[in-house]
Design a protein around this ligand. Structure first.
Ligand SMILES: [Cu+2]
Length: 125
């Protein structure tokens, strides 16, 4: 049991660090916003996405990480581009989102949802 506990604590610590790094005042709870193209991690648990809502600039890479015990997938049900992961129990999946718009995603096995809004970066001055 001890051997299982350590990785879980490490994962929690990493998740908290990531949340602090992207926390922004004035945003609804659970909403994470990226203003520069980079990689944003999303946890895929039993049965939820965290965060559920994401707002990112074009060219951001979204990286889903399987954290639960059950089989899940990431499937776009509406949006500018459609894609889907395999059904998997562990591992990860990523996509770079180049087209602006609203992407609605679900796990087709359990129905948990998430939404990603992709917007163009603000013009440079
Ligand atoms: Cu699922």
């Amino acid at each position: 049991m001890k051997t299982r506990f350590v990785p879980i604590l490490m994962t929690l610590a990493l998740t908290s660090a990531a949340a602090i790094g992207t926390a922004q005042a004035g945003l609804p709870a659970g909403e994470r916003t990226a203003t520069a193209a980079r990689t944003v991690d999303v946890e895929l648990g039993d049965d939820f996405f965290a965060p559920k809502r994401l707002s990112v600039v074009t060219r951001t890479r979204v990286h889903w990480i399987w954290m639960g015990q059950s089989e899940h997938n990431v499937t776009v049900v509406s949006g500018p581009v459609h894609f889907a992961s395999q059904d998997q129990v562990t591992g990860d999946f990523s996509r770079r989102l180049r087209k602006p718009g609203v992407y609605r995603l679900i796990c087709t096995i359990h129905g948990q949802r998430m939404r990603i809004t992709v917007h163009r970066p603000a013009p440079k001055r």
